[in-house]
Design a protein around this ligand. Structure first.
Ligand code: ZN
Length: 179
């Protein structure tokens, strides 16, 4: 199995919240596609609750598109580890533009009073939502500074790392758990 790019960066050193260019690709016709890592939670120290993650997905995808109107966004998808989202964009927006859109989207979430497409026709688990939990996560992001994450600072030698997962799960902070 090929080693995916995201497994080459040190998640212990990764700060949050932050924005990182996960990869850039060229299509056969020469267009650039940029994939961003939009990190909400500090890996292995924080995790977004299931409901907050799902509601954020419904809201964030729309708000990011509102704030990045000059670009075609292919997709915004939650990470399986529930610490952030990946966003694929046609073109090469500056990281500062993405940080600004990220922050403004969190402001939008605080102001919203409905969850779009949370019905049996448009969502695969329409019962698994919490607007209050999503707002709790948005607030926690806005209380911090969204930083630019530099890939060079996270570089590691994958041959020298032990295959351990020694996380004390009682210490992992759940973002959006109280609603
Ligand atoms: Zn859904």
């Amino acid at each position: 199995m090929p080693m995916l790019d995201s497994f080459l960066v040190d998640h212990v050193k990764m700060p949050a919240p932050g924005v990182r260019i996960a990869k850039t690709m060229k299509t056969p016709k020469g267009d650039t596609i940029t994939v961003y890592d939009l990190r909400f939670a500090k890996p292995n120290e924080e995790i977004i609750s299931e409901k907050a993650m799902h509601t954020l997905e419904h809201l964030f995808a729309g708000f990011m598109r509102d704030h990045l109107k000059n670009y075609d966004i292919i997709d915004i998808s939650p990470m399986g580890c529930r610490t952030g989202f990946y966003m694929s964009v046609i073109g090469e927006p500056k990281t500062e533009e993405i940080i600004k859109a990220f922050k403004n989207s969190m402001d939008d979430i605080l102001k919203t009073d409905n969850i779009p497409e949370a019905n049996v026709y448009q969502c695969g688990s329409c019962y698994l939502h919490s607007l209050n939990a999503a707002k709790e996560v948005a607030k926690s992001i806005l209380n911090k500074k969204i930083v630019e994450i530099d890939n060079d600072s996270l570089k590691m030698d994958i041959n020298s790392i032990p295959n351990v997962c020694d996380v004390d799960i009682k210490k992992v902070k759940i973002l959006g758990e109280n609603n």
